[in-house]
Every structure is written in structure tokens, then in C-alpha cells.
Design a protein around this ligand. Structure first.
Ligand SMILES: Cc1cc2nc3c(=O)[nH]c(=O)nc-3n(C[C@H](O)[C@H](O)[C@H](O)COP(=O)(O)OP(=O)(O)OC[C@H]3O[C@@H](n4cnc5c(N)ncnc54)[C@H](O)[C@@H]3O)c2cc1C
Length: 399
């Protein structure tokens, strides 16, 4: 039976992230954002809270929580700042959950366990300077030489590029298939920062998620042992899409948290600020914006929860997760714009957090499938142009 009440464990997680956020993050986030500074100090604190391996089974170093808990954590983290939720999205959503489903026991021992414990930080490298939505347009190549693959290429717009230790990287291992744009020629690899020929940098010109690290990395004939091939040769495209089912789920939960942050800041301001002799909340057009935020928040929460429920049951959820991500991110852009509007000129200043929410929300309308790509996907499901076949490896259901 469907139950929307949070379990005791989920309530405890929600409460502990809120308490930690109010104490350790909220007083500092404005300054970190203004200074464009990623605070590495949050990583061990998030590890202590179990957030870096929340829904990874305990035997692989995680906290053994269910997938709904990952949605709750994402919502609470982005309520504080988008940069915190991004850590969970790439480290746990895109990378570790993919290793959980697709990794060998050896890869789980060497990479998943230290990642789930927060001893190593991980991210995901698909996008390149000339290819984002069109993932088959990537140019990175992986040439097999004996018992190694030699990787050459450049990845762009990578969250935690200058922070992560381990990278889940996608490259063409079949050059004939590359010419034909046949995605069965792409493979997935675990690349460590310490490998010779690897270098990374931070993008300095970004105007949102300023307390987060976003950058690029280059692979100049990086030798990767064949034991680091994830899945079979040629399964990389499927693995990249599988990873997005998990990352998008965290983005949906996070955008829901951002809508709530916009709503709470706006309600509070609407009760303080007076215009025409009354609180601005008394004006019907302000009420309308607040009511829209509430309906967007509740609808977004139900959508990510349904996706989490499907994950717990071990059921395919690409369509539902995509819908949750698309709806919540578009709604978060509306909520952030209206939150600035309700704050008037004060919303246009960094004195209030809503300007930061406005800058931060836009990224999620672009990454992990742009608004347009998600629209196309949902329409294609309706039209029967797209259907989801089970992949060889799926997330283990939550028992
Ligand atoms: C802050 C941030 C963090 C990121 N982190 C990561 C990361 O950790 N790892 C990673 O691999 N990538 C990451 N990305 C990259 C992100 O996933 C890509 O930016 C995204 O996939 C879009 O690709 P693009 O920027 O190349 O845009 P393009 O694909 O060039 O799209 C440009 C425009 O054309 C539209 N468009 C493209 N194709 C179609 C179509 N078929 N129909 C209709 N419209 C279309 C798009 O919707 C968009 O509006 C990040 C991006 C940002 C902004």
C-alpha cells in the first residue's frame, strides 16, 4: 500500500540535515556564494551524516537507507543551497549508484565502499565542449592496448571537477561505431585523478551555484586498467542513461527544496513588508504567487516521491523520474522569479537569499536533460516512439 508518511528513519534524516544546515551552513552560505568559494569542509560533515552513501547498502559502506531518503536529503540540502545538493547528485546519484548496479565486486570494493564512506569523492563526466544533449557527439576515445585502455579527450561543465578523486567517464571504444554514431561503441570507465595524463580546472565565469565547484578535465593518453571498464565494452551509453535516472531523481528532490525555500522566504517577507498601508501579502496578486509556489511545491514533492517509491520497489522509473525532474526544475524557475518579484527591489540585492535562488535554479533546467529534451521524452512516451526496455543491471530494490 502507498504510504506518504515519512518513516521514523526518514524523519530523523530530515531533522538531522535541518539541524546541521541551520548550524553549519546557513550562517556561512551567503559569504561562500559571494566569494565563489567551494567549502571542502562540508564533505566530512556530510559523510558523518551518512549523506554521501545514504542509500548504499551497509555491506558497501553506506547507511543502508531507502531511495526515498535520498529524495529527502536532496530536498533538504537544496533548501540550504544548490551547491550542497549537487555534491549528492554527482557523487551518489550519478556515480555511486551506477557502480552499485553495474560495478564488479572488485570495483565495489575498490571504489564504491570508500565513496559511500565519504573517504573518496566521485563525479560523472559525459559532457564535452562540443556535445551535451547529443551524447553521441562526444569525441573522447578509449583505445585498447593489451590489458589497458588509453583514454584521450576533454570533458566540460563537470560538477566537482577540481574536487573529485574518481570519475565515471564515457568514451568511444569502437572507432567504426563512432563514425556511424552507433551508441553501442561507447564504453564507461572509472578514471582516478592520480592517473598520469589527467588534469582538471575550475570554470571561473559561472554566474550560478557559486558556492559549488564546476570545471573541466582533460585526459591526455591516460592509461586505465581494463578492470576499470564498467559493464561490458559498448554498454557505456546505456550506463550513462542509467546514471541519469538516479541523478535526475536527486535534481527533482533538490528543485522541490528550492521551491520550498522560495515559498518560505516569500511568505515571511509578505508579512513584514507594507505597501498601500497593508502587508503586501494582503494584495491578491502577491497571494496568487504564493499559492502557485505552494501548489508547485506539493506537486513536485509527490512526483519525486513516486519515483522514489518505484525505485524502492525495484521498478523501472525512467519516465517518472524524468517527469519529476522536468516539472520540479521548471517550477523552481517560476518560484525563484516570483520570490524575487515579491521582494521587489530588495529581491534584486544580495542582502536577501532569493537572488541566489534565482541564479541557482537555472542550472537544473539545463543539466541532466534540458527542459526541451525532457519535453521530447514525455511526448515520445505518449506517442509510443519511446519505451523502456529493462537494462542488464538495475538498482537493487529496497528490501
Ligand atoms: C552547472 C552545471 C553543472 C553540470 N554538471 C555536469 C556534470 O557533472 N557532468 C556532465 O557530464 N555534464 C554536466 N553538465 C552539462 C550538462 O549536462 C549539459 O550542459 C546539458 O546536457 C546540455 O548540453 P549543452 O550545454 O551542450 O546544450 P546543447 O545540447 O547544445 O543544447 C542547447 C540548446 O538546444 C536545445 N536542444 C538540443 N537538442 C535539442 C533537440 N533535439 N530538440 C530541441 N531542443 C534541443 C537544448 O534544449 C538547449 O536549449 C553541467 C552543466 C551545468 C550548467
Amino acid at each position: 500500500m502507498l504510504n506518504l508518511d515519512l518513516t521514523e528513519e526518514q524523519q530523523l534524516l530530515e531533522q538531522s540535515v535541518r539541524e546541521w544546515g541551520a548550524r553549519a551552513v546557513a550562517p556561512r552560505i551567503h559569504d561562500l556564494d559571494r566569494a565563489h568559494q567551494f567549502d571542502r569542509g562540508v564533505l566530512p560533515q556530510m559523510a558523518d551524516l551518512g549523506l554521501l552513501g545514504s542509500c548504499i547498502p551497509q555491506k558497501y559502506g553506506g547507511a543502508g537507507m531507502d531511495y526515498v531518503s535520498l529524495g529527502i536529503a536532496s530536498e533538504e540540502l537544496e533548501y540550504l543551497d544548490t551547491s550542497l545538493r549537487v555534491i549528492v547528485s554527482v557523487h551518489l546519484g550519478l556515480n555511486s549508484l551506477t557502480l552499485l548496479a553495474w560495478g564488479t565486486e572488485d570495483q565495489k570494493t575498490r571504489y564504491l565502499i570508500p565513496q559511500a564512506q565519504g573517504k573518496k569523492i566521485a563525479t560523472y563526466g559525459l559532457t564535452e565542449p562540443s556535445a551535451g544533449s547529443d551524447a553521441r557527439g562526444i569525441q573522447s576515445v578509449a583505445i585498447k592496448k593489451g590489458d589497458r585502455y588509453v583514454l584521450t579527450g576533454e570533458k566540460m561543465w563537470i560538477s566537482l571537477a577540481d574536487v573529485a578523486d574518481n570519475f565515471l567517464v564515457f568514451a568511444w571504444s569502437d572507432l567504426d561505431k563512432k563514425k556511424q554514431r552507433d551508441p553501442n561503441g561507447i564504453s564507461a570507465f572509472i578514471v582516478e585523478r592520480v592517473y598520469k595524463g589527467f588534469s582538471s580546472g575550475t570554470l571561473k565565469e559561472k554566474w550560478g551555484i557559486l558556492a559549488g565547484n564546476t570545471g573541466f578535465f582533460k585526459m591526455d593518453e591516460v592509461e586505465v586498467p581494463q578492470e576499470n571498464l564498467v559493464g561490458r565494452e559498448g554498454e557505456g551509453f546505456k550506463i550513462a542513461m542509467f546514471a541519469l535516472d538516479q541523478g535526475r531523481y536527486t535534481v527533482a528532490g533538490g528543485a522541490t527544496g528550492l521551491i520550498r525555500a522560495c515559498r518560505d522566504a516569500s511568505v515571511s517577507y509578505a508579512k513584514q513588508r507594507k505597501a498601500f498601508g497593508v502587508e503586501i501579502g494582503s494584495h491578491q496578486l502577491v497571494k496568487e504567487m504564493l499559492a502557485q509556489m505552494e501548489s508547485d511545491y506539493q506537486a513536485s514533492r509527490l512526483l519525486w516521491m513516486r519515483a522514489g517509491w518505484l525505485k524502492n520497489a525495484g521498478r523501472r522509473n525512467t519516465k517518472e523520474t524524468g517527469l519529476a525532474k522536468w516539472f520540479a526544475t521548471v517550477a523552481s524557475e517560476r518560484a525563484a522569479s516570483d520570490a524575487v518579484q515579491i521582494h521587489g527591489a530588495n529581491g534584486y540585492s544580495d542582502e536577501y537569499p532569493v537572488g541566489r535562488f534565482y541564479r541557482n535554479c537555472k542550472g537544473a533546467v539545463i543539466y541532466e536533460g534540458t527542459r526541451e529534451i525532457h519535453k521530447l521524452m514525455q511526448a515520445d512516451y505518449l506517442l509510443g516512439y519511446r519505451s523502456d526496455r529493462p537494462t542488464r543491471c538495475e538498482l537493487p530494490p529496497y528490501a
